[in-house]
Design a protein around this ligand. Structure first.
Ligand code: SF4
Length: 469
């Protein structure tokens, strides 16, 4: 019998936790396609799928192309109201048979489980990422955690096959203490992995904001007590159900900050399109105030202000560029400008990962670069901070430039080149800043599409060997 790791709260921690209130929220979710198949959704939602769409999805049920076996369907009432008048938003949450035309892709994109020393924790960089929950308020069809949300079985490096588990406080805290003790005893680097102190943790999943305040507070306090310097919360709740950022939640954050003022708190929000937060008139146009500034919808406005008005919290947006959702430079320009104006940073835009069925969602890499580059024309320097990143198995990699002209003297560059730069790398990031240059392939949606045109690869992007346990 395995012995359970014990965890005891400190007096300070318990005093904070005792102040937390956890109200219940009415997201009015629709879970799965069944309510649509059986006409059991509220009257106003009937018609979200046409009868033709319903028939096409029903035929696929329980076959290999069952869309819900790939990624469960879920929707909040708030998001439905936005989707009603936005094709882009519909593409985020509406299932279509097309998404199972080609089920090629990785069940564990980036071989993340190679970096999981404890169930529910990925420890690749100086930062750790935790799966604290396996669902969100609504589900994006393009989700790159579909294996977690769909509760699929994943093969790990040691050959075992199991669903991805969730992080638990006792095991995670024990791991942080053990890792950081070894790092400290070894002059700042772990003796085996070369990693530095584990000083930043991202609460992820799924979406931590579907958890009760008490559960989020328990994670925050336990990590703070374990010596974590900065905690991130990765969430799309500000789009799906912004009402979740209510007084009880903000008060919990204030109490946390009063108790642990040295710990940084960062919200990594996930807006894909300005329709998710800007107010529109009945003609579908963004509403301007008297200065010509686009107004936010009241719930998103309140949620965002609740966070950014607390100067000790940082808010950063990151979003993939997805076919039919936001492969639109005008929409991205509006979004970057609107977010920066209210105090949220534009962090990363991503090329889609090699998830199962990625061809249904991914925009070609060079197209994504061009869209982002176009969107940043006319933005000020601070509005245009975001980079385009593609997550290589080695780490996040910037798509830095795409040229139309050949590089003189460089064979294979006749149609122009793509310059990739490694931004992050496991352990002590020995490859950060290293570059890879490939000849252009306008249809490329993943690294494999460049394998026949590598011109220069000091980053080793095309020489990757999976981590051995
Ligand atoms: S919010 Fe994130 S984790 Fe949740 S379904 Fe969308 S992409 Fe996946």
């Amino acid at each position: 019998m395995t012995q359970k790791t014990k965890y005891a709260t400190t007096e300070r921690e318990q005093a904070f936790l005792d102040t937390v209130e956890s109200p219940k929220y009415q997201r009015e979710n629709v879970n799965g396609l069944f309510p649509f198949f059986e006409n059991k959704v509220p009257e106003e939602m009937q018609g979200f799928y046409t009868s033709g769409e319903i028939d096409a999805l029903r035929i696929l049920k329980d076959t290999d192309r069952d869309v819900e076996k790939r990624m469960p369907v879920k929707l909040t009432k708030h998001y439905f109201e936005i989707a009603k008048t936005s094709k882009s938003i519909q593409h985020i949450v509406k299932a279509t048979p097309d998404e199972t035309n080609d089920l090629d892709g990785s069940e564990d994109p980036g071989f993340q489980m190679d970096y999981s020393p404890v169930e529910g924790l990925l420890h690749k960089y100086e930062m750790g990422l935790m799966y604290v929950v396996s669902t969100c308020s609504a589900h994006c069809r393009f989700c790159y955690r579909e294996e977690l949300i769909g509760r699929k079985e994943i093969e790990r490096a040691d050959g075992t096959v199991a669903k991805k588990g969730l992080a638990k406080i006792p095991e995670i805290v024990a791991y942080i203490h053990s890792h950081n003790k070894q790092v400290s005893a070894n002059g700042g680097k772990h003796p085996e992995t070369g990693r530095e102190k584990l000083r930043e943790i991202l609460l992820s999943g799924g979406d931590p904001m579907v958890l009760a305040n008490s559960k989020i507070a328990a994670w925050l306090a336990a990590l703070a007590e374990a010596g974590i310097e900065s905690i991130r919360i990765g969430t799309k709740e500000m789009a799906f159900f912004p009402q979740r950022f209510d007084e009880s939640f903000l008060t919990m954050l204030d109490r946390f900050h009063e108790t642990y003022p040295e710990v940084g708190l960062r919200f990594l929000v996930h807006f894909n399109h300005p329709d998710e937060f800007l107010a529109k008139d009945s003609a579908g146009k963004y509403i301007e105030d008297s200065s010509g500034i686009f107004k936010w919808n009241p719930a998103s406005d309140k949620a965002m202000k609740g966070l950014v008005s607390r100067g000790w919290i940082s808010v950063e947006n990151q979003s993939p560029i997805i076919k039919n959702v936001n492969d639109d430079s005008d929409a991205l320009r509006i979004m970057q400008r609107a977010l920066k104006r209210v105090g949220a940073e534009n962090h990363y835009f991503f090329c889609g990962r090699d998830i199962v069925a990625h061809r249904a969602f991914n925009v070609p890499i060079e197209t994504a670069w061009n869209i982002l580059n176009e969107s940043q024309k006319g933005l000020s320097g601070v509005e245009a901070h975001a980079k385009l990143s593609i997550t290589h198995y080695l780490g996040k990699t910037e798509v830095s430039a795409v040229t139309n002209e050949p590089i003189p003297g460089l064979a294979g560059s006749e149609n122009g080149v793509v310059i990739l730069k490694l931004l992050r790398n496991a352990a002590d990031a020995p490859l950060r800043g290293k570059v890879c240059i490939v000849g252009r392939n306008p249809d490329a949606i993943w690294f494999t599409d460049y394998e026949d045109r590598i011109l220069f690869d000091e980053a080793g992007l095309f020489d990757y060997k999976r981590v051995k346990k």
